[in-house]
Ligand binder design. Structure first.
Ligand code: FEO
Ligand code: CA
Ligand code: CA
Ligand code: CA
Length: 626
């Protein structure tokens, strides 16, 4: 049994290695603006133009806390540095689905040493669980979940993680994508319902329709699909979303990393450069599957980077790529219904210095009505924040961008650059509060803030919602749409929290006042509101517990109260892992939480490959937990 080392480069490290950014020259200037903690707070509060800007996150004084009684039904837990999960006293956790668990009885059982077979993997739970949603379909509890990327050291143990053949590629292609499967609870224990008629695996080769403004465009046509309307597979499915009509939205994030060129002389376009599509893919797909070789199929990458809609109630349905929602490194899709019935989808583009977007549908949602083209027509916007606590959604229109609607849908990053949107510190999940007209976005971190431009050459100076140069901790920004209407163009914003380390720093890098040595964390990423309006925050950061991260321990899940700004730690993940993805059973007595890229021995103990896992968390008294 070889020693298992967990991964490997993060996606942004991999991108940076392949596509180093030019240095900016104004670093001295930004260091001068790295304010003291007190100075930072004073600035934000001084420029604020109303109560909204003086948000609870920054105003969470001791006095405010003393007045509020905590809404949290748990005692916060300390950090951990070990290889298991911890939850508060009175709560328990148990695995529900692990990489390689069969969804169908014809799939072989997972082998702790050799893992999965190529064909078995297409009939089993995939690798690297990420965003998920639960749907109750005719009384059945159905989870749809993303399998974001591969950990080749675990998935290909026979080759020590090297991708050496078409068969290795096929195994990885089957390990990623999406799983839809039924779960059931027996005596408090949740399990996969093997062979449920709802069970389905969607992989890197599953046929899916292309709809919306980009469908059929020249840039989407390939030899295999001259019409440009039918793609194979969905790539790097990261965060997720759920529509009011009961479909699942899966979001294609680092799709660029699957493409390469067998011809070293291939010259990439400016658009390929902006999207990070280079000569060498991360998993060598291009060497064994010509579809991923851009020197042979130069339009294939244009068919990825979208949000895909899947009907979890119909395993025979064809997933649909909704190009009207734009093409970028989609993190998740947070939906809201505007007062007039139009659908709003908030979306982050997770790369250093990229943008925050929203889509507003042209047509209104009518419960029970036809929703088959609701996400095909509408307006895309990118967010512009100003330092006075106000903001505006800039329409990505032909007039504003000089691009036609199909080009805007395909080269969305170029359109957002053209209108001068605000470069952000890696927008990860957006969450919409179900009990207040506000939305939150986790800006996970950005070591390039005020150091390097984004991939399009747009400068990334410190700015209102991204106030710290070389930001290794991250923050959560929130906004309040005008007239409580998520379709509105104007909003006001504040920072709910700035993560930081008050045991190491006494300036802005100590974090906002609602961060203390007892609850500190870095790199907020996954975020979801529960039904009571509490915000569950998951982290994907540095778990070294050293230097600037000393005292933060493993990645974790915290709960935030938007009203008081209070944040407390609910769960810690195993060392090496990221905590990502959360959904609840229909009775709200179980929270399902994802553990991605854990290190061995999680969860099966010594001698087994490491397995990404969805766990169920319950209160021991079986009370509602969110
Ligand atoms: Fe897949 Fe940005 O996280
Ligand atoms: Ca993420
Ligand atoms: Ca992340
Ligand atoms: Ca991840």
């Amino acid at each position: 049994m070889k020693d298992i080392e967990q991964p490997e480069l993060s996606w942004d490290e991999w991108d940076e290695l392949k596509d180093p950014r030019p240095e900016e020259n104004d670093f001295d200037g930004v260091v001068a603006s790295a304010m003291t903690r007190r100075g930072f707070m004073g600035r934000i509060l001084a420029v604020g133009s109303g109560a909204a800007v003086m948000g609870a996150g920054l105003m969470n004084s001791t006095a405010a806390r003393a007045q509020s009684s905590s809404r949290f039904a748990f005692n916060p837990i300390p950090i951990a540095t070990d290889f298991t999960i911890h939850v508060p006293e009175g709560y328990s956790w148990a695995p529900v689905a692990k990489w390689g668990d069969p969804l169908f009885s014809d799939a072989p059982a997972f082998d702790p040493v050799t893992g999965v077979t190529v064909d078995g993997q297409a009939r089993a739970f995939g690798e690297n669980t990420d965003g998920m949603e639960l749907f109750n379909v005719n009384g059945h509890e159905i989870i749809a979940v993303n399998h974001e990327y591969a950990n080749t050291s675990q998935n290909l143990p026979q080759t020590d993680g090297d991708v050496t053949s078409a068969e290795d590629v096929a195994l990885l292609q089957n390990a990623q994508g999406v799983a839809v499967f039924e779960v059931a609870e027996t005596d408090g224990v949740w399990d996969i319902v093997i062979d449920s008629p709802y069970n389905r695996r969607i992989t890197h080769t599953t046929p899916m329709a292309i709809q919306g403004p980009a469908a059929g465009h020249d840039l989407l046509q390939t030899e295999a699909d001259p019409e440009g309307v039918l793609a194979l597979g969905t790539l790097n499915n990261c965060g997720a979303g759920k529509t009011p009509w009961g479909t699942y939205l899966t979001c294609e994030e680092n799709f660029n990393g699957y493409f390469g060129s067998t011809d070293e002389a291939f010259e990439r376009s400016d658009a390929f450069a902006r999207y990070g599509i280079g000569l060498e893919g991360r998993y060598a797909y291009e060497k064994f599957d010509a579809r991923f070789d851009v020197s042979v199929n130069p339009n294939e990458p244009n068919r990825f980077g979208y949000i895909v809609e899947i009907d979890p109630a119909d395993p025979t349905s064809t997933p649909v790529k909704r190009t009207a929602l734009g093409r970028f490194k989609h993190e998740n899709a947070a939906t809201a219904v505007a007062p007039d019935g139009r659908i709003v989808v908030y979306m982050g583009d997770d790369e250093r210095g990229e943008y925050l977007y929203k889509f507003v549908s042209r047509d209104v949602y009518v419960p029970g009505g036809d929703t088959s083209t609701l996400l095909d027509h509408g307006q895309l916007y990118a967010a512009k924040f100003t330092d006075d606590g106000r903001g505006e959604w800039l329409g990505l229109t032909p007039e504003a961008t000089g691009m036609d609607v199909a080009e805007i849908a395909i080269h969305t990053r170029l359109a957002a650059s053209a209108v001068g949107a605000t470069t952000m510190d890696r927008p990860e999940w957006v969450a919409v509060n179900p009990v207040a007209a506000e939305a939150y976005c986790a800006l996970t971190n950005n070591r390039n803030r005020a150091v390097k431009p984004n991939a399009g050459g747009d400068d990334t100076p410190v700015n209102g919602p991204n106030p710290r140069a070389e930001n290794n901790y991250g923050q959560i920004v929130r906004w309040y749409p005008e007239n409580d209407d998520h379709a509105a163009v104007d909003f006001v914003w504040d920072l709910y929290v700035m993560a930081g380390n008050p045991s190491v720093h006494d300036d802005a890098y100590a974090g906002s006042d609602n961060v203390n040595v007892g609850n500190m964390f870095n790199s907020p990423d996954g975020m979801m509101f529960d039904s009571t309006g509490l915000l569950w925050i998951q982290t994907d950061g540095d778990d070294s517990n050293k230097d600037g991260f000393a005292g933060m321990g493993n990645n974790q899940m915290l709960v935030g109260d938007p009203v008081t700004g209070e944040i407390e730690r609910f769960m810690t993940g195993p060392n090496g892992s990221e905590v990502t993805g959360i959904t609840w059973s229909s009775d709200r007595r179980t929270a399902f939480v994802g553990i991605q890229h854990p290190s061995a021995p999680f969860p099966d103990g010594e001698g087994s490959l490491a397995r990404s896992t969805i766990v169920a968390i319950k209160r021991d008294d079986n009370a509602v937990i969110g």
